[in-house]
Every structure is written in C-alpha cells, then in structure tokens.
Design a protein around this ligand. Structure first.
Ligand code: GLA
Length: 381
C-alpha cells in the first residue's frame, strides 16, 4: 500500500511527503453506550488508513483517494465543502482543527485503506484520525490526543450527519498493539487491558450487508436514549446520561415514555453493566463469562435496540449452534459483522460452517477477518 501511495504522490505532486497511518477498530463489548456516557471496550486493528501528506504553502487542499480513484481540491473555508462524501471527512477534520484554533494551511495528500467499508470497523474514524494526527504533527499544533479524537467525532456530527459517540475515534487514536482499552465515556478515564486470550481467537464474520438508512436510524437511537434519560432526570436530577440510571428508575417512568424508548434504555442500562462484568471476567481469565455476555449483548441489540438484521441474527445463531464461546453483532449495527470468541480447536469448523450455511441461505459468502490488535494513529518512519 505504501509503495502505491508513494508512486501516486510523486506522479501528482512531483515530490515526497511524510507518511501517517491510523486504524479501524473492534469492540469486545459496550455497544451504543458511548453516547450514553457509559463504558466501551475497543481496540485498534491491523487494518486502517495510510496517507502521505505534505503542506503545499497555499490555502488549498489537494487530495487523492486511491481506493475511490478520485482527485479532489478544496479550500479551507466553511463554504468550500467538497461534494464527495469521502472528501468531506478530510474537509471536516480541517475545519474542526481550525475551529479549535489550529493554524493550518493547504496540503497535498494521497491515501488508501484496507478497512472493509460498512463492516462496522470504523473506516471513517481511521480516516479522520489519520488526518487529525497528521495535521497536528505537520503544523505543530500541540493538540492533545483526546482533542484529536474529538476532531474526528465532530467531523461526523457536523460534516457527515452521524451523531456518533467517541468510541471509534478514541480507539483509532489511542490504540495500542496487543491491548484492548476500557474507556469511561463520561469521565474519559481509560485503562489498557493486555488481551491474549489463551486458547481462543477473535474472528469477525462480515455479512457484507450494508443498510442505506443506517445513519438516520443511528441518530434516532440516540434521540430515544436522550428522551429516556430526560424522563428519569425529572425524578433523579443526578442522571446526566443513561449510564447514571438504574433499572428501577427507568421502571418509574415506564408510563411516561414510549415503549420503544423504554426498550432502547433497557438495553443501554444492561449493556453498561455488561462491560464492567466482562472486565471482571477478564481479570480471572474467565472467557466463558466474557462469551456469555457477548451473546447477551447480541440479544439486546437484536430484540431491544433493534439494530441487528436477518443475516447477523443468522450468524449469531450459527455461532451458538457450533459451540462458539461468544458472538454478537459489532459496531453500530444495521449490517456489518459479528465478532466471535472461538476456542482454537473449534475455529476451522466454525468458519467452514459459517461460510457454507450463510452462502446457502443468502447467496453470497461472508468475509472472514482474524483480529490482530494493533497500534492507532502514528507517523510512519
Ligand atoms: C458507531 C459509532 C460509535 C458507537 C458505535 C456503537 O460505531 O460511531 O460512536 O456508538 O456505533 O457502539
């Protein structure tokens, strides 16, 4: 990938730049908890975005995407937003950096990636954090890592229409090889957990399903949670986010909120606790409990939060039938992949079965990605 980028950069701009990279992410557990002030448990992966970048001394950004085979130029003012959705991520990062006082000017860039799109592994966060990290370095802005993650998140909010939480950008910036990170999304306290599950493997099974309305459905989930939290807050003013609420308190307002909002909140309150339970289980190397919690998350995401789909439910059922330790839909949902905690000796059988049964039912083969937990945003030598 690096050689391809370098060649293109030379052809387009006649010089060399610096190389930067960042990663997609997995999440062991803690889904849709981030924007509810709860816990998440992600890690960066060995698939990501790589970019070659060099300031060009003008007010213009010239950027080429190898994967889209498209070249775009834009200025740095709010009215200069490009039409191409991939370029809006880069533009958004520039704008959010400027809004934070970052004194940047134009640059040339070529980038490529290998995070599967729409698989729930956050290719967009990888793109945002690559550019946020690079601009910070190249223009010597001294923005701290939390703020780099927030630049990516605000890019999603303000330029891409997704009211996401902080998990993806955080994992992409803070990722560390061999470690998962437990993040408290309310206080932003985090802790690295070395993750080497002896005797087990983590594998993603990608349904290759993408749902068109995923971002509006995502935003609706968030609104449901905010309404439920607001209702609870009337009785319990200390409840800033659903994360602060207890199930009994949700019960108290059951009659005041819609059934749908109730179900969403019920899922979130349980899910926040599940992250903590999984952390405890990991301290004891108790992977059976980790796996059980993953199945519980899948059930909640499918039946209460309603962000699964037929293909993902099928993969989850199949995992259970095969005796896989833990399995669930990963990321925002509405398509993408399941994350599976599989005993080594079961791995081949499960993968064969997942491929053949899924293909038979849905007419296309799922893709398989072995999880390698890797470093996040960085400058390459
Ligand atoms: C998407 C969002 C994250 C998070 C997950 C669900 O990946 O970008 O902020 O909400 O969905 O856990």
């Amino acid at each position: 990938m690096r050689a391809k980028i370098a060649e293109k950069f030379k052809t387009l701009f006649g010089e060399d730049g610096d190389f930067f990279a960042s990663a997609g992410r997995i999440n062991l557990i803690g889904e849709h908890t981030d924007y509810n002030g709860g816990f998440v448990f992600p890690g960066a992966v060995d698939k990501g975005i790589m970019a070659e970048i060099r300031p060009n001394g003008t007010e213009k950004v010239c950027v080429y995407s190898i994967d889209m085979d498209e070249y775009v130029e834009f200025g740095l003012k709010e009215e200069d937003a490009p039409a191409q959705s991939w370029a809006r991520y880069v533009f958004g990062v520039c704008r959010e950096t400027i809004k934070r006082g970052g004194n940047i000017s134009g640059f040339n860039a070529v980038f490529a990636g290998d995070v599967p799109l729409g698989a729930g592994m956050s290719s967009s966060a990888a793109l945002e954090s690559t550019f946020a990290f690079a601009l910070n370095y190249l223009f010597d802005l001294k923005i701290d890592k939390f703020e780099l993650a927030r630049i990516g998140q605000s890019t999603e909010h303000n330029y891409c229409g997704v009211k996401c939480g902080i998990m993806d950008q955080f994992a992409s910036v803070f990722g560390k090889a061999g470690n998962l990170i437990r993040l408290d999304c309310k206080t932003m306290e985090y802790k690295y957990y070395p993750f080497h599950p002896d005797g087990y493997r983590l594998v993603l099974v990608d349904s290759a399903v993408k749902h068109e309305l995923a971002s509006s459905a995502y935003n609706k989930r968030r609104e449901s949670c905010e309404r439920a939290a607001a209702a609870i807050r009337r009785n319990h003013p200390e409840v800033e986010f659903l994360r602060d609420a207890r199930m009994e308190w949700l019960e108290e307002v059951k009659a005041d909120i819609t059934e749908e909002d109730y179900m969403r909140a019920e899922y979130v309150i349980d899910e926040v606790q599940r992250v903590l339970d999984v952390c405890d289980a990991l301290e004891r190397d108790d992977y059976e409990t980790v796996g059980e919690k993953m199945y519980e998350t899948h059930y909640g995401m499918s039946k209460l939060y309603e962000v699964s789909c037929e293909e993902l439910d099928f993969l989850n059922d199949l995992a259970r039938e095969c005796g896989v330790t833990g399995s669930r839909v990963m990321g925002g949902g509405f398509g993408g992949c399941t994350i599976n905690l599989v005993r080594n000796e079961l791995y081949d059988k499960f993968i064969d079965r997942a491929k053949s049964s899924f293909t038979e039912k849905f007419g296309h083969s799922p893709k398989i990605y072995d999880v390698v937990i890797s470093d996040g945003a960085r400058k390459l030598q």
